[in-house]
Design a protein around this ligand. Sequence first.
Ligand code: GLU
Length: 415
Amino acid sequence: MKKFSIAEMARRQVEKAAKMMNLSDHLLKIFMCPKRVLRVTFPVQMDDGTIQCFTGYRCQYNDARGPTKGGVRYHPDVTEDEVIALAAWMTWKCALVDLPYGGAKGGVICDPMRLSERELEKITRRYTTEIMPILGPQIDIPAPDVFTTSKTMAWMMDTFSMMTGHTEPAVVTGKPEVLGGSKGRKEATGRGVFINTRELYRKLGKSLKGTKVLVQGFGNVGSYAAYFLAKEGAKIIGVSDSSTGIIDENGLDVEDMMACIEKYKLLEAYEKGTKVPRDEILYKEADLLIPAALENQIHEDNADRIKVWAIVEGANGPTTPEADEILERKGVYIVPDILANSGGVIVSHFEWVQALSGLYWEEKEVNERLENKLVKTFNEVWEISKKMNVSLRIAAYMVALNRVAEVYKYRGIFP
Ligand code: GLU
């Protein structure tokens, strides 16, 4: 099988939109490459006394619009190629929702499920130290991503603060509230997925009540997306994580499942509903599918088996360009990742603003600002998609690329 490059997939999306908007060749050249990729390898003493070496990355894809922003993921499958793609998507995501940021992403190759808290802390602190030369509140601001949490961010913030000699809450976002984390940040990505879904349904004159939903991935994004949708009357009929799939035609109890995950980490411990192989839930008949796990989940070999009319991408890069074409032919609406999951980085921006100003907002204010930004962006993307007769993904890229292109128009090319 041909080796799949996620960075190549990210580049193809840009190329497609660039063609539709007659983007200049020189800008396309710039948009195809990351500005900076740092690879670090460092030793960590494990709980059993042995020394293990870990490899991590930080990619700053483009910083034309401001300091770079993006999460850090801990996963055994992290690669340089993946981190570059994710950093590119952060660039377009931040531009699309008009945040004063460029895009970045980091990752460490490790399996958090097999590491103790002490080991995770050591890995985090050492990784932070290694990428320190390119971190800072005005340079690059990490946040949580796959298998990293507010605790990881607290260790990063503390390490950065210790190394610089002063407390610096604005160097990461997604922190615990006592360290200057924003109210509403934890739920923000899932809330954003919900808002985007609601707007799509509104445009199509459909109701969320009783709509049948499948959720792939039950981490921070999938669980909160399911929670907010269920609160509006949607029926969550299938959910999966890395351990299993669970289905119930009458609707699963999302809060109950979240409580189970809190305690046991994996859905295999959940006793209600019917267990099915984890990928089965992708192919069930329903209205809406929310992929909220990893990249490359819906591809040319399985896109034909998907039986929903809408997909709202909670994960980054869950649908390949080939699958996009197959689903487009079938008339499936896809709210693209850079719009659907942008709620997280939007509230990260609010958190950074609060940390820099030292003035903290009530949750109501955070949620209202998030709501306004997402509804405005959704409408903008919807209008362009109608006007130009392109998919929501291409429309979203057109808005994003145009925003970055405008900056180059005024800043020019140095020197
Ligand atoms: N990791 C999240 C994302 O992919 C959040 C990034 C951030 O808040 O900086 O959008």
